[in-house]
Design a protein. Sequence first.
Length: 225
Amino acid sequence: MRDHVVVLTGAGISAESGLSTFRDNGGLWEEHSVYDVATPEAFARNQELVLRFYNDRRRQLESAQPNQAHRLLAELESRYRVTIVTQNVDDLHERGGSSNVIHLHGELTKARSSQHPELVYDIGYRDIQPGETCERGAQLRPHIVWFGEEVPMLDAAAEMVRTADHLLIVGTSLQVYPAAGLVYEVEPGVPVTVVDPAEPPSVSRARFIQKGACEGVADWVAGLS
C-alpha cells in the first residue's frame, strides 16, 4: 500500500496565486474587518455587504490560477495516496489537479441555504443576489464557515491526519483553531514538515523549510524518497 501524504494548507499557498489573506493586513481582508464580513452576525446585520464581499472574492478567484505548489502536490498522487486538508475556501487545489481535498472552512464556489444548511449548491464563480433563495424559500448565503460557527469537516480531517505517513504544513500560521489543532493528531514518529517564509510556528519535532510555498514545496518533494 502506498504511503499516505497529508498536506495541511493555509492562505500562504494561495497568496502566491495572488489571492489576498486577511491575517497579513492587520485583521483586514480587502479593507474589511473580518467581523463585518465573516460572522453570522454580520450577515444578519448587513446581508448586502456580506454578499457583495464574497461575490467580489469569487470574481477574483475566477481569474486566479493554481501555482507550482498546487501542481506539485497534485503530481504526488502518481506515487502516494494524498489528502489535502485546506483552510482555504478557493478551488485552486482542485484546479491544480488534486483529487482528494477536504475544505475545513467551506468553498467559495458553493452557496447554501441560510436556514437549511444541508441544502448546498454549486454556483461556480457567479454572484449570489439578495433575495435569491433555496428551494425552501430561505436566502442563499456563501458556503463558508464563519467565525463562531462549527467546522463540520474537522473530524474527517483529524481522521486523515491520524493515518498520515507524512504530514506537510504549507502556508498557515497555525493560529486559527480548531484547525490548528490538527497537527497534534499526527502519530508519533511520523515526519512533520512546515513550509513557511515567516518565523516558524512552535510545532514540536517539525522540520522547517523557511521559504515560500512554491519554492518550499519543491524542496520538500525533491527530498521525498
